[in-house]
Design a protein around this ligand. Structure first.
Ligand code: MIC
Ligand code: SF4
Length: 641
């Protein structure tokens, strides 16, 4: 039977189960990546498993999120990450080397391999023909220890690309169009596989922009074939040996299909506060813009920034608009510096930031009060920029730079001649900021600063659960709502007691105090609860506060897995109407939890409202065992000897 590319890679890595959509399979993981904001926990968990050395082909630890160092915490975390990597056979990409996804694409990604990363934008590497999946840190720790990664077989959605992008229209517009059509829930339970004649017209970094933002669709991952364009990219990176030809078989079957005509696309923006609130730039019109930010793992590749520099050359940023640029990697920054493009940006008045996530995760550059910011990033959730009432629009580098010059949202097609560049024939390959693991691990002492607190542990599941509804929230609640990031809170990622004070702080500042006072309880959510990032702190910190179960209309994939990993029950309403009847403060009671999970009907008694309703968990026997053990770490200790 002719097979699609997704199934070929899944099959080659299958260690348990069959490729039947919706059923659980286990995959062998070839490579892992972590970043600092999720990595400290992942390595503490890895250490807790008592294993000396990673069993993957390659594991890399990146530092790119917490680089502000306004106090000792982040620097301490970096030192912990560097020493723990060195001790356990893990490569360490130093702060300043770049954003994990950009660097991984440049230096490590390999077509046909599996990559598991503790960051939701790990699918960026799908631009190279890898099956790259984002997960919680604990899943990554298990993979480093040699354990398989479990997931439900997704449906494969074929995205047929035809035509060619017009000047000033770019890869960002492709994924914004898909978000417009499918919404932030449209990719749930799916892998997007790109095919068609349009594929060959896109460079690898352009493909990576598209697979990166597939995360915003809720997709498991997105993948492009590995073709001659991929080969050229790897050759230019000095890694042609890593290439192999990988495409779907002719006539391969897919579960669903859509077609995108690249030549019909226009410059677009995602309006506040959701990546799927997409309109054309023309529709939104010339609104005043206070800030333009170019960078992030979505759009900070060499050619993205070369185009930006070419537009800026000899011009000046509008006096009422601030332009910040954060190149994606040290490779990109050095190349821009050597060829003069960086000087053009600086001369035009751009503020150059270090190669890191920076403003994308609220690490500095918060907009002014009520300010409008146009960003080349992938998420514009309310408050994520660091300014609660900011209006953030997501756009391509072309739209962003045109806007920075004019001070109002601008269609870049009005700028005149398009600065086209040929694909790069040789990138600057300098890995001196990537430290290899120690030759003699016994000589490495792992450094732990005072901010690195031991892992909190969950108790095994009791026979009955009781508690109050601590909070009731609506649809599409993001992990940024549950566990905010930003310059103030991110440095506490290694300190669960401290960070747990901020759970839901943007939604209800009283939440943490209430949860503690009441000894924990329940959270009620709407559709797509937990969309967005992979941060397991959005499960771990609520667990620390005693949250026992989240009852929602539906869950986002990574967050649901994280809840299970930390022993919190993800329960789904059998009748969504029951959501309307619940109120904050209601006392809930569940008897015989363990047995009910096996039967997949859990009866919840609302002791305040004096009625009962049904929910289900849809857990596999393995997941039930994890929940019963009090989470994946306890389970792994019992099972992996
Ligand atoms: C994000 O973009 O939200 C992050 C920060 O990269 C997260 C990870 C984290 O919260 O540490 C992600 O996307 O997974
Ligand atoms: Fe970093 Fe932003 Fe990419 Fe997350 S989305 S990895 S914060 S650049």
């Amino acid at each position: 039977m002719p097979e699609n590319l997704t199934y070929k890679i899944l099959r080659a890595h299958l260690v348990e189960g069959d490729l039947i959509p919706g059923t659980e399979i286990a995959l062998r993981i070839d490579q892992t990546l972590t970043q600092d904001a999720t990595g400290t926990m992942a390595y503490l968990q890895f250490e807790a498993m008592g294993i000396d050395k990673v069993s993957t082909e390659l594991s890399v630890s990146y530092v790119d999120h917490n680089t502000l160092q306004s106090s000792f915490e982040n620097a301490d975390d970096h030192l912990f990450l560097q020493t723990v990597a060195s001790k356990h056979d893990i490569f360490f990409s130093r702060p300043g080397n770049g954003i994990c996804h950009q660097v991984h694409l440049e230096r490590f990604g390999k077509p046909g391999k599996t990559l598991l990363g503790s960051d939701s934008h790990t699918p960026t590497a799908g631009g190279l023909g890898m099956l790259a999946i984002g997960a919680g840190g604990l899943d990554v720790a298990v993979a480093m220890a040699g354990g398989a990664f479990y997931l439900n077989v997704p449906k494969v959605l074929k995205v047929e690309l035809v035509g060619r992008l017009n000047p000033w229209v770019s890869a960002k517009d492709v994924i914004l169009e898909i978000l417009r059509r499918l919404s932030v829930k449209g990719g749930v339970g799916r892998i997007l596989e790109y095919t068609g004649p349009g594929v060959a017209t896109l460079t690898v970094p352009e493909r990576a922009t598209i697979t990166n933002m597939g995360a915003e669709l809720g997709a498991t991952t997105s993948i492009f074939p590995s073709d001659e364009v991929t080969r050229e990219f790897l050759r230019a990176q000095g890694r042609e040996d890593d290439w192999q030809l990988l495409t779907a078989d002719p006539g391969a079957e897919y579960d669903e299909a859509i077609t995108i005509d690249l030549s019909a696309l226009q410059p677009m923006v995602a309006c506040p506060h959701s990546p799927d609130a997409v309109k054309t730039v023309v529709e939104v019109g010339p609104i005043h813009v206070d800030q333009v930010a170019i960078g992030s793992c979505t759009n900070s590749s060499y050619l993205d920034l070369m185009r930006v520099a070419a537009v800026l050359r000899g011009k000046h940023v509008h006096p009422n608009t601030s332009l910040v640029i954060a190149p994606g990697s040290r490779q990109v920054l050095t190349m821009l510096a050597r060829n003069g493009a960086l000087a053009d940006m600086i001369a035009a008045g751009a503020r150059i930031l270090e190669t890191a996530c920076g403003p994308c995760i609220g690490m500095g550059q918060a907009p002014c009060s009520g300010g409008v910011s146009v960003r080349t990033f992938n998420r514009n959730f309310e408050g994520r920029s660091g300014t609660a009432d900011a209006q953030v629009y997501l756009a391509s580098p072309e739209v962003a730079v045109a806007t920075a010059l004019n001070g109002v949202l601008t269609d870049p097609r009005t700028l005149g001649d398009y600065p086209a560049f040929p694909a790069v024939s040789e990138f600057l390959a300098d890995d001196s900021m990537i430290l290899p693991p120690a030759a003699d691990p016994t000589k490495v002492e792992v450094r732990r600063g005072p901010n690195i607190k031991p892992l909190p542990r969950q108790q095994p599941l009791p026979e009955e659960l009781t508690g109050n509804i601590l909070i009731k929230v609506g649809d599409n609640i993001t992990t940024d709502h549950i566990m905010p990031a930003g310059a103030k809170i991110l440095p506490l990622r290694s300190n669960i007691p401290a960070i747990s004070q901020y759970v839901f702080s943007g939604v209800d500042p009283d939440f943490a105090r209430r949860a503690k006072e009441q000894g924990g309880g329940f959270v009620i959510g709407g559709q797509n609860y937990g969309q967005g990032s992979s941060r397991e702190h959005a499960a771990l910190a609520p667990m620390y506060l005693g949250v026992k179960a989240v009852i929602a209309k539906s869950f986002a994939r990574i967050h649901r897995a994280n809840l299970i990993n930390f022993g919190i029950l993800p329960l789904v309403f059998c009748d969504p109407e029951d959501y309307n009847r619940l109120q904050q403060g209601d006392e809930l009671y569940i008897a015989h939890v363990g047995i009910s999970l096996v039967d997949n009907i859990v009866i919840i008694e609302n002791r305040t409202g004096k009625y009962s309703f049904e929910v289900k968990a849809d857990l596999t026997p393995r997941q039930i065992a994890i929940i019963k053990a009090g989470g994946l770490l306890n389970y792994t200790k019992e099972h992996v000897k």
